[in-house]
Design a protein around this ligand. Sequence first.
Ligand SMILES: Cc1ncc(COP(=O)(O)O)c(C=O)c1O
Length: 469
Amino acid sequence: MYGTKKKALFRHNWRSAELPLHFGLGSGTLKCMAMTHTQILIHVWWPSDTRSSHLTSIDKATAMDTSTHFEKLLADMKLDGRYRTFAELERMAGAFPTALWHRPDGERQQVTVWCSNDYLGMGQHPDVLAAMHQAIDLSGAGAGGTRNISGTNHQHVALEAELADLHGKQAALIFTSGWISNLAALGTLGRVLPDCVIFSDAQNHNSMIEGIRRSGAEKHIFRHNDAAHLNELMSAVDPARPKIVAFESVYSMDGDIAPIAALCDVADRHGAITYLDEVHAVGLYGPQGGGIAERDGLAHRLTIIEGTLAKAFGVIGGYVSGPALLIDVIRSMAESFIFTTSLCPHLAAGALAAIRHVRSHPEDRAQQAKNAACLKAMLRDAGLPVLDTPSHILPVIVGDAHLCRRITERLIAEHAIYVQPINYPTVARGEERLRLTPTPFHTKAHMRALVDALVAIGHDLGWPAIRHA
Ligand SMILES: Cc1ncc(COP(=O)(O)O)c(C=O)c1O
């Protein structure tokens, strides 16, 4: 262990090592951080309060340099309008989509939330809350370990069976988040398939990109939703090499939908595994809320369907579903599954209750779709630059980071409406936007208030795309 860490210290930048130290005065820990090959920062941490940290003079100089560097990084972000400030909210069970906003002046104020990914309000549904309370009473708070070592609870197994059934797959595997599920599944499949090539849509989410990067597999990026380009790229690769085509169904920032059948046709022609991220579609589309693939009768054409438990299902966690063999490989070989504590049982129980409710209540997603259509028409009628998306996600384009932030600051401060500005790197520079996500619980009055507020603020700020009467 000692030898490995010491080696890493001198081979790489930004690697750290902790070495136990024993001096006459007692024992402590030597922490080394190699910032470059020539600069070494040395801290000696002592266990007692009175001798908590002793820095050498070299350390002090270096530490000051790093602070300046960090401060500049953040200052640059602020200048660019990329610096993120979080609205401190207190969700109010039973009052969705209203929440309490803790204002910077210390006061609390009720606001209408227009940008939540709790798309159906399931995070506050009585069935979900009851299942979670019951699971806590029954099983306590934590999971008790990793899945392998005492952390596989009955609730996990039941949830995995439900998810496999939802997508018509042989098996499913849950993770602590959707982000981790993409990292684990793509990272593992791309790594264990010898000489694998992964074809990735240009707009794929960061978690897929990180999974692909981590796999070390050769990667080709096809133009967004472009089956012809995918075919062109695949045709140029040795037919004998294993291939994976990875894409999403509903894209979270543009709200557009992939041509799943066309992409599967190309993938089939080249004998590839198909990997579909349905994070923004599960619970919302299809007769049982199985996503776009279910809605379009295509679930059987996807080798793996990945999803989240944190958006339309209102809780937290992620999953993949697919053939039992592939799921077993991911279960057996994905580090981000193996070496972490499993989801708390009450979270799995809550997610299970949410899925069961959503499957048997299509009227919730029908109402959401109706509300999304209604708001889109109202925004358009008011001359606001809303993208004409075929999904529940309504992006209103602003095109400037500072303006986007100013609009949202005024929305919350003057109109008690909370919308988070979406800036780079979540979207490209020049495509900054408000991302509105109507739920079944937003009323006509909520919509009217939002549209009127946007028009008034746009008028004041000269938001260029607004047609002033
Ligand atoms: C397309 C996509 N995949 C995966 C994730 C990660 O899901 P989770 O929030 O459950 O980690 C997100 C998050 O928003 C996403 O947009």
